[in-house]
Write a protein that binds this ligand. Structure first.
Ligand SMILES: Nc1ncnc2c1ncn2[C@@H]1O[C@H](COP(=O)(O)OP(=O)(O)OP(=O)(O)O)[C@@H](O)[C@H]1O
Ligand SMILES: [Mg+2]
Length: 378
């Protein structure tokens, strides 16, 4: 087990004019499963390579359990890395690939193969052990590479999109396996992915990054429900979050959001202990948090016209035009809406995310509960 810490680490690759990793201080907690989540080119693999020691930091220090390892060679770091492109030995069978680290350690052949069989059963690749890498599918190769990491029982697992080649079912199974293996080994897992489902299924914590910078470190539910900034809000979620610019004001017991894109949105009478930011702000609201019903049903909300329908099982969604603002919303189960239909969209204050227009940082709106009144943020 080990706590892994980056202290003001930067990385600039030779010949590049920008840092692949901007100055970053970050702790991967001992025994936790942390997912590093971000789009392509954001610096995820760079972090892993620096931790593994196969790339040198440009500046800063790396510590394992408080001991500096910045200059320590990869072999002496007690980490196992599974690469994005599984690097298997082509001339060895899957069995010997997995057993290789144990051979280096001088374990008997019998003991090596016993461990390999155990791990192969865990990963569901028992039947492929006598084959060579070229005779394996991409997904099977990835699991052989995982097996080779697992048999080593390192203190730190560095996993770089190790299941990207698996089909949806196998991915789900392998996620469960990885969580189980993590619970068994109690090692520190650092798992790089661009897939938010990986992160929410496995991560105790998620580190969200973009363009070499960390935007948020939090449990999976928080990065979705309390995104730290505009980027995190837009990167998380199945469907793109809706953004508007506007001002919220209280008018005769009701809250109204005046948007610059067009409509005024009635947000109802608000809720206890909720602080409404003053002035112009950027507001994000997830499609799944906006409810679309047929306009003739009545009730609160703004009226618009359906321009597009789509199905994201198990839900149906519409995109509607509301006075020129295009907004995506979830359709109430019973309703069958088609393009051209008049639709009513219901917004709730509690599902709006507020961001500063300049810094794009989240503006906190949840205050400690107060008795029955709306409060405005200081
Ligand atoms: N060996 C290298 N030499 C020069 N530039 C590199 C090298 N490795 C990565 N980069 C650059 O550094 C940036 C970060 O790359 P990195 O591989 O860390 O991204 P990533 O988040 O892992 O992306 P992906 O999801 O596509 O794997 C990119 O702009 C990339 O082009
Ligand atoms: Mg990568």
């Amino acid at each position: 087990m080990a706590e892994v810490r980056l202290d003001r680490v930067t990385k600039r690759y030779r010949g590049l004019s920008v840092n692949a990793l901007q100055e970053t201080s970050l702790t991967f907690k001992d025994g936790l499963f942390t997912c590093v989540l971000g789009p392509s080119g954001s610096g995820k693999s760079t972090i892993l390579k620096l931790l593994a020691g196969i790339e040198e930091v440009t500046s800063g220090r790396i510590y394992f359990d408080g001991v500096e390892v910045t200059q320590v060679t990869p072999e002496r770091r007690d980490v196992a890395m599974v690469f994005q492109s599984y690097a298997l030995y082509p001339n060895m069978t899957a069995r010997d690939n997995i057993a290789f680290p144990l051979q280096l350690r001088g374990l008997s052949r019998r003991e090596r193969y016993r461990r390999v069989d155990e791990v192969a059963a865990m990963l569901g690749i028992g039947a492929t052990l006598d084959r060579h890498p070229r005779q394996l599918s991409g997904g099977e190769r990835q699991r052989v590479a995982l097996g080779r990491a697992i048999v080593r029982e390192p203190k730190v697992f560095l996993l770089d999109e190790p299941i990207s080649n698996l089909d949806a079912n196998l991915r789900m199974q392998t996620r469960e396996e990885l969580k189980r293996i993590h619970a068994q080994l109690k090692a520190t897992f650092i798992y790089v992915t661009h897939d938010q489902d990986d992160a929410s299924a496995m991560g105790d914590e998620v580190v969200v990054m973009a363009a070499g910078r960390i935007h948020q470190t939090a449990p999976p539910a928080d990065v979705y429900h309390r995104p730290a900034d505009r980027f995190v809000a837009s990167f998380l979620g199945r469907l793109p979050i809706n953004f508007v610019t506007g001002v919220v004001s209280a008018e005769s017991g009701s809250l109204v959001l005046r948007t610059e894109e067009g409509p005024e949105l009635d947000l109802g009478s608000g809720m206890n202990g909720f602080a409404v930011p003053r002035g112009r702000v950027l507001i994000g609201v997830r499609p799944e948090a906006v409810l679309a019903t047929r306009a003739d049903v009545g009730g609160p909300g703004v009226l618009g016209t359906v321009t597009l329908t789509e199905v994201v099982p198990p839900d149906k969604y519409v995109t509607a035009s509301v006075e020129g603002w295009s907004v995506r919303a979830r359709v109430d189960d019973a309703d069958n809406l088609a393009p051209g239909d008049a639709v009513r969209l219901g917004f709730k204050l509690s599902s709006l995310h507020f961001f500063d227009l300049g810094s794009e940082q989240r503006l906190e709106t949840e205050l400690p509960a107060r008795a029955g009144e709306l409060v405005e943020a200081p």
